[in-house]
Design a binder for this molecule. Structure first.
Ligand SMILES: [Zn+2]
Length: 95
């Protein structure tokens, strides 16, 4: 069996809904984290990995709900990879 087939990945699009994240120059973090996450999701699917996302729409997630979605995606297993996407503004941490 292809080793990749056993890999499971949870992709977290940072922010969303009432939490826009960083913004500047017409860029809103929550919109780009979702676009980046969708791209990674589709690419990993093409490669045959089992992939899920914490959010697929512009919805508000509390920190607890976000963590629960990560944990519930494939269970709290050591071979589950989690990618949380953020785009920080220059000079200081916004996340
Ligand atoms: Zn962020």
């Amino acid at each position: 069996m292809d080793e990749r087939a056993s890999k499971r990945v949870v992709i977290d699009a940072g922010h969303g809904g009432n939490d826009p994240g960083a913004s500047g120059n017409g860029i809103i973090e929550k919109e780009y984290t979702l676009k980046i996450s969708e791209y990674i999701y589709n690419r990993l699917k093409e490669l045959g990995l089992d992939v899920k996302m914490t959010r697929t729409t512009d919805e508000t997630l509390s920190p607890t709900e976000r963590v629960n979605r990560v944990l519930n995606a494939f269970g709290n297993d050591s071979d589950v990879l989690v990618i949380s996407n953020h785009i920080n503004a220059g000079g200081r941490e916004i996340c």
